[in-house]
Design a protein around this ligand. Structure first.
Ligand SMILES: [Ca+2]
Length: 245
């Protein structure tokens, strides 16, 4: 299921598309970030019921089941929908690290605290999407003052030299649900991974536009080769920081 020829032209096209998309963000940069509570260890752990019940605050991961640990991961062929996410398209599925067939293992490049599971684009799904809406109205005063920084991070990756990849489209919406701006957590190419199976960290950060009340996360898994969509995702986090001068 993992053998197919990836035309170099296809890969180049993908790179161009991603580069182009990067130009339409809302001014946020995608440089590595290390300050402002963006430590890797703080956003890559397994989720718990206590995590979910806690009130949202600045500096805290606001994504539910961002580590995909709420369900029992399958072997990749079994369809396991991730809790707290909807699937507008395709069948992205929860998979165990180390599942047979060449999936990422506990020792592949990936989150330092990866838990048991990640999500793959799924069997027979050329295009898979996940969706989760995060309510940030609790931070309205800081957002409307222009002092709320948003950081979205995830580990994204793929299989060997194959070009299947996932990027996260981020949409900022006002109280009426109207999209007012957006950002992109970029994908990882086979070249980025050194043609090795695994996941690398990608981030997007920027200030939220005044009026933002909801942030939509839309991971998009795109298959380039083979029958199986080997775009991999784990450790999704979204944090707000109060950067009031
Ligand atoms: Ca995980």
């Amino acid at each position: 299921m993992k053998t197919a020829y990836l035309a170099p032209g296809v890969l180049l096209l993908l790179l161009c598309v991603v580069a182009g998309l990067g130009l339409v963000g809302c001014g946020g940069d995608r440089a590595p970030v290390g300050a402002l509570g963006d430590a890797v260890s703080a956003d890559a752990g397994p989720d718990t019921a206590a995590d979910e019940a806690a009130a949202p605050t600045f500096g805290r991961n606001l994504v539910k089941n961002g580590g995909f640990e709420m369900d029992t991961g399958g072997d990749g062929s079994a369809d396991v929908a991730p809790s707290k996410w909807t699937r507008p398209e395709g069948k992205a599925t929860v998979v165990l690290y180390g599942a047979p067939g060449g999936f990422p293992t506990a020792s592949s490049p990936g989150p330092p605290s990866r838990g048991n599971n990640f999500v793959a684009g799924g069997n027979g799904s050329a295009l898979s999407r996940l969706y989760q809406r995060v309510n940030v109205s609790w931070a309205a005063a800081t957002i409307d003052a222009g002092d709320a920084q948003c950081i979205v991070a995830a580990f994204v990756g793929g299989y060997g030299s194959q070009g299947d990849s996932v990027a996260i489209y981020v949409k900022f919406r006002d109280a009426s649900g109207v999209e007012i701006d957006g950002g992109l957590v970029p994908n990882v190419t086979p070249a980025d991974r050194g043609n090795k199976t695994g996941l690398l960290r990608r981030t997007w950060k920027g200030k939220l536009p005044a009026g933002t009340r909801f942030i939509d996360l839309n991971p998009k898994f795109e298959r380039v080769s083979g029958q199986y969509n080997d775009a991999y995702l784990d450790a999704v986090s979204l944090k707000l920081n109060d950067v009031t001068p």
